[in-house]
Ligand binder design. Structure first.
Ligand code: ATP
Ligand code: MG
Length: 351
């Protein structure tokens, strides 16, 4: 099939739909020098990812010959330069119809890490479960105005719904179960897939990045997120069934590109919950890199109990456990993202 995402994803969509080959095939496909060595701890992935890190790495090994956790040479992602003005925002959809893969965790912590680097970030809770709002310490059931009002009521402005978080530079558009009704009501709207974009557009000049936390489905809400976005991040849990359904997701993204949003880019696949201690985890990561090549972020998020803890605490890991490997991983992801060319140069880029 035609690849919609340029060379980085060439051939990936078709292969992603296949079931896993037997593990020995995967082993044979990875050159010996690029295979995983047995690791010491769950944090090993972060240690490897940080090995060359100019900020956090022990000894800051800057040689690009060093392999990162994905088995590729790990680039050095520079500290992002400070900005003297903000906006227009690049809009990123955090999307995977598979549940529990780290969409919400990645939205919160990538957003918080970007804000630490001086970016103005808007997190958009676009899952009626409201997990992103809860993860930032907000009780979604006590809110008067949410994403539902913003989408469905002409009189509601984004500024009325907007909440500040405890992280400077990080704001939130919260949501709760009311949004589930919006999905039904939107079906009868004109240009129903563009509703979210219309709601976010007035805020685009005020932020550098917006991150939309999608629900685990490919329904109308997710189509709205993909239509509003410049790019998509697909978090992928490093477990056996990780690639199941990714072909359906990339096909959906391709259709949105064709019909609704030709500017939509694939930002990358983000491996999450990676446990470097297990052969299984390493094999799955190899398989993901084999399928998607440079479409996979160099940054890999390790599995650690600190993330569930942060949900209970209601704050990002970057403030809850600032020196933890999880916080460092999301800071590295932020630098990896910011090291790329900006997706948007001016407000009103599309419509
Ligand atoms: N790297 C990680 N290590 C360990 N646990 C994690 C990690 N990332 C996320 N989790 C935990 O896994 C669970 C699911 O994560 P999360 O809610 O971010 O996934 P999701 O894709 O948003 O789920 P849903 O599809 O239900 O919206 C949460 O309990 C979260 O704390
Ligand atoms: Mg979620």
């Amino acid at each position: 099939m035609t690849d919609k995402f340029g060379s980085r994803f060439a051939g990936a969509t078709a292969r992603a739909g296949e079931s896993f080959p037997p593990l020995p095939t995967v082993r044979a496909a990875v050159p010996k020098e690029r295979r995983w060595a047995p690791s010491r701890s769950a944090d090993h992935v972060d240690e490897m990812a940080m090995a060359e890190d100019p900020i956090f790495g022990e000894g800051s090994l800057r040689t690009s010959a060093k392999l990162g956790p994905t088995g590729r040479p790990l680039p050095i992602f520079p500290e992002p330069p400070p900005l003297d003005r903000h906006g227009p925002a690049t809009i990123i959809a955090m999307c995977n119809q598979k549940g529990g893969v780290g969409k919400t965790t990645s939205s919160i912590n990538l957003g918080a890490a970007l804000a630490e680097y001086g970016r103005k970030v808007l997190l958009v809770d676009f899952d009626p479960q409201g997990a992103l709002s809860v993860g930032l310490g907000i009780n979604p059931h006590e809110l008067d105005l949410t994403m539902h009002n913003l989408l469905m009521e002409r009189g509601t402005r984004a500024e009325d719904v907007l909440l500040k978080t405890n992280v400077p530079g990080l704001d939130l558009l919260p949501c709760n179960i009311d949004l589930a009704a919006a999905e039904v009501q939107l079906v009868n709207e004109v240009a129903r897939e563009q509703s979210l974009y219309r709601a976010l557009a007035p805020l685009q000049a005020d932020y550098d990045l917006m991150i939309i936390d999608c629900q685990p489905s490919l329904g109308l809400l997710t189509l709205n997120a993909l239509t509003a976005a410049h790019s998509v991040i697909i978090p992928l849990e490093c477990e056996y069934f990780a690639l199941r359904g990714v072909a359906l997701l990339t096909d959906t993204i391709a259709k949105v590109q064709d019909r609704l949003n030709p500017d939509l880019h694939m930002e990358g696949i983000l491996p999450t919950m990676f446990d470097a201690r297990t052969v299984h985890g390493r094999e799955v990561l190899s398989r993901v890199v084999e399928a998607f090549g440079d479409g996979v972020f160099h940054t890999v998020i390790g599995r650690t109990v600190r993330f569930p803890e942060t949900t209970v605490a209601g704050e990002p890991i970057t403030t809850y456990a600032s020196a933890s490997t999880g916080a460092k991983a999301y800071r590295q992801l932020a630098r990896e993202l910011l090291a790329r060319p900006a997706r948007v140069q001016q407000v009103g880029y599309r419509r």
